[in-house]
Design a protein around this ligand. Structure first.
Ligand code: GLN
Length: 310
């Protein structure tokens, strides 16, 4: 492995330049209108390592809407809170469907395929809403602690935009409720879900905050246990098989890292035993994954020999 590359910062800068003209290959998400206002040519990359190094290039300190990357934090909180009973309400299989699909959910009687498609993350939001007296506060507090930054905020414009354009997500929630798989009141569950999706963070903060997944559940900076080693393994497994939605197979095939994307254009990739890569570029492909973000993760992984399948 070439993990000991001395000047990672320069390397990241060079990789960004190569992607310079690729922003036109995707389309910025506009089904949540507040996301459509983001400039398409902004791009950032950060790598945090478990030995405490954080480097970055481009707009790696600029906050963006983390969207579905929040599903990773929510999953860890729910696993910690209710343990293995979570897996009676949501499965751990790839869906083979778009992230917001409802079709499978009816066939499968309101049990979502996995916790990182929208149905699964809404289910997880129900767990958090039902098991924390103030789930939104608990969520943002968890994220702030992990990132070591108390200034991380929810973007209220994005939140309002999601709320007013969230009928598809509401349909998923009501369908699950009709099968008895949602406990709390739907408006409360959706409000939690949209809040966590609307958190704004930078590549640097995201990379740092997820280091525990690269370090068997222990935050390497504070030495605090965030989840068990078994659960860190499980989250990474789910991210490997489902984190890039219906492009997860291709991503495993060509890159080989547990990863999660969000429609804000962010991608995080966990490198067990090494660190976390986070990229940001708003234009998305048809699967809802950032085009340039995926290219960048792929090129860093290739340059540094990071695939878990080597
Ligand atoms: N908030 C978005 C939604 O519910 C999250 C989707 C995503 O980032 N893939 O549609």
């Amino acid at each position: 492995m070439k993990k000991d590359i001395v000047d990672l910062q320069d390397k990241l800068q060079a990789l960004l330049l190569i992607q310079q003209d690729n922003y036109t290959q995707g389309k910025v998400a506009d089904y949540i209108p507040a996301l459509a206002n983001v400039k398409p040519d902004l791009v950032g990359i950060s790598v945090a390592t478990i030995d405490g190094k954080v480097v970055g290039a481009g707009e790696y300190q600029r906050s963006f809407s983390i969207q579905s990357i929040s599903k990773v934090f929510g999953l860890v909180m729910a696993m910690n809170r209710i343990g293995d009973s979570l897996w009676q309400r949501v499965r751990m299989e790839p869906s083979g469907q778009p992230f917001n699909s409802i079709i499978q959910l009816e066939w499968e009687k309101g049990i979502p395929r996995n916790p990182v498609i929208n149905a699964g993350a809404i289910l997880v939001s129900d767990v958090l809403t039902s098991h924390f007296s103030a789930s939104k506060l608990a969520f943002i507090t968890f994220v702030r602690k992990l990132a070591g930054n108390d200034n991380i905020r929810v973007d209220n414009d994005v939140y309002q935009s999601e709320l007013t354009h969230g009928n598809g997500n509401a349909a998923l929630a009501y369908l699950m409720k009709s099968f008895g798989n949602i406990e709390a009141e739907i408006p409360e569950v959706l409000s939690h879900y949209f809040t966590q999706c609307s958190i704004a963070m930078s590549c640097q903060q995201l990379a740092k905050s997820l280091l525990f997944l690269a370090n068997k559940g222990v935050d390497p900076i504070t030495q605090k246990t965030i989840c068990t080693a078994r659960d860190a393994h499980r989250v990474n497994a789910i991210l490997s098989t489902s984190g890039m939605y219906d492009q997860s197979g291709e991503f495993a095939f060509s890159v080989g890292l547990p990863a999660k994307s969000g429609v804000g254009g962010g991608v995080i990739a966990v490198v067990p035993g090494y660190g976390v890569i986070c990229t940001w570029s708003p234009p998305l492909n048809s699967f809802g994954n950032s085009v340039v973000g995926m290219n960048l993760v792929a090129s860093v992984a290739e340059e540094l020999g990071l695939s878990i399948y080597h």
